[in-house]
Each structure stands twice: as structure tokens, then as C-alpha cells.
Design a protein around this ligand. Sequence first.
Ligand code: RIB
Length: 342
Amino acid sequence: MSTTSIKQVAQHAGVSVGTVSNVLNRPEVVAATTRQKVQAAIRELGFVRNESARALRSGRSRTVGLVVLDVANPFFTDVARGAEAVADEQGSVVSLCNSGDDPERERRHLERLEEQRVQGLLVTPVDATSPRLDQLVERGMRVVLVDRGPAGDDRCSVAVDDVEGGRLAATHLAEQGHRRIAFVGGPAGIRQVADRLEGATKAAADADVALRVLETPSLTVTAGRAAGERIAELPASQRPTGVTCANDLLALGVLQEMTRRGLRVPQDVAIVGYDDIDYAAAAAVPLSSVRQPRDLLGRTAAELLFEEINDPEAHEHRQVVFEPELAVRESSIHRRRRRSNG
Ligand code: RIB
């Protein structure tokens, strides 16, 4: 690791320490010839700036924290990619933390990120409220809620209308003629799941179709397979012929279990997921799914955060809500084979 100091770079380039600092932090204020001389000295001496020392002096790092529910879920890695692109444009890095749907683990992450003096936080909270997060906001931490609707006017939020998303999925199944529909998702305490179920329940009532709720312990493929097992074991006369899932990982698990048991998708059981992650379209039976603008969610949340970081006086908190849309694919549409002309 380079131990060259900024003073040595200044001496080597024949300029002041302040000029070297300007080249590093505000290159636009330094004349091109001087800037090139300093950059040559940095290369020749192998100087590496000490970000920890800079953060200690300024009291603030160049890092934003991103705390998500499940880093194994491609939904959140897509969101993180959008947020990281904006942070990179701002000269910052993203510290990604996984709460694992555990409020206590979320609290520990929030404490450590505060200790690291991060510039701000992007958080998908586990619970509807987080006392630790509220305390951070009260202490002046900039926070944007990601994939979560408005929670007070003291912070920004970015989300998708999940009630509408749940309605879209169930209405699609009812319009395909399904009279017995299942909603697969849980734990019910997760706000996204509750909102999606609310939308599906409304759609089922409006279409006068039966809705069976199968709550799951998590939003994973494994939980989807277990729910698929419960569906497959129902007597055919009671078995739902349409299944709407709270996310794509669950839907992929249900799809896998139906296929393993010889039940045809969509002929015997139609399936709709939620998120429209890349694996949805790539599934063995391409999955219909309620699309969330994942990259845009991450970008928008990060843009709101840096707007507040860079100009807190001018910043006004905003609650951004995107509309979901339904991507219809083979898992819910029974396309009859074209009759050959012969
Ligand atoms: O974390 C559970 C789900 O909530 C994700 O799959 C995504 O849909 C998010 O909104």
C-alpha cells in the first residue's frame, strides 16, 4: 500500500499542497499545465489518497448505505445496480447490507452505517416502522425509503403501487376464465405482500371469483415449491387453476413443483409472478409477471438522496410512486396451436 504523502507529491511537482488538493478534489480550478504536472507526480510516486483520513477530517465518508431485505433476490440486485450508477456519478460508493427480513439485523446495519459516517441511507425497511431509522432521521441522517410507500414527510420514498400490481395479476387470471385463484405470498407482515394481497382480493371480489390465500414463511423459491405442493395436493375440484405470487422467486418455485408433479402450466395451473426479474422471461415456461422498474427505482431513490446531500436547503422531500405493468407470457396464456393448413 502506497505511503507517499500529499506533501511529497507537492514537492515532486514543485507546487503547494493546496494545489495538489485542488487537483484531487476540484481539478476544474487548476490550470491544465499545472494539473498535468501534479497528475504526473501522482503516477510517478504511486500516490493513493487516504479516503479514511479525508473522511476523518471532513466528518463524512463518500459512501451511502443501501439496506435491502434479501440480497439473494435479483429484484434487489437490480435496484442496487441503479442506485450504484448514480452514486458512482457522484464520486461515492454504495455499501450494500442484507437485513434478511430480520428487524434486529436491520438495526445492527443501521448502527454500523451511522458509525461509518455514511453520507445517507437507502433502506427497504423490514417492518412498517423502524424506531432506529426514525432516530437516525431525527439526528440528521438523510434517508430515502426504497420500495416502500410514504412514511411521514421527514424523508423521501420511492415505490411501486403494489395494490394496483396485485389487482393487475388477479384480474388477468379472472379474465382468462379462472374461477378459483390462489394468492401465494408472505410473511403477511411485509408491506409489499400485504398491498399485493389487498389488490388481488379486490380484483377477485370484483370478478366474483374465489381467492384462496396460501401464506408463505418467506419470499423464496423454496417457499414457492412448498406452496406448489399444497396446491397440487388439493382435490382437482378444489384446486385453484390460477395462482398469483407475491414475487417471481415464489412463482418459479410453484412452476417447478407443478412441473415435477406433471401438472401442465398454464393448461392445468396458470401462474403469475411479481417483479419481472430476468429469470421470469427465461423460465422453462416463460413467466407472466407484474413488472417493477427495478433499475429506475434504485436510480430515483439515489437521485433523491444526493439531491438532499448536495443541497439540503433547497431539497424538498418527495414520495415517488411508479405504476406497475403486467408482462403476459406463456405461464398464464393458453395459446392454442395454430391449425396447419394441410
Ligand atoms: O422482498 C420481497 C419483495 O418485495 C421483492 O421480491 C420485491 O417484489 C419487493 O417489492
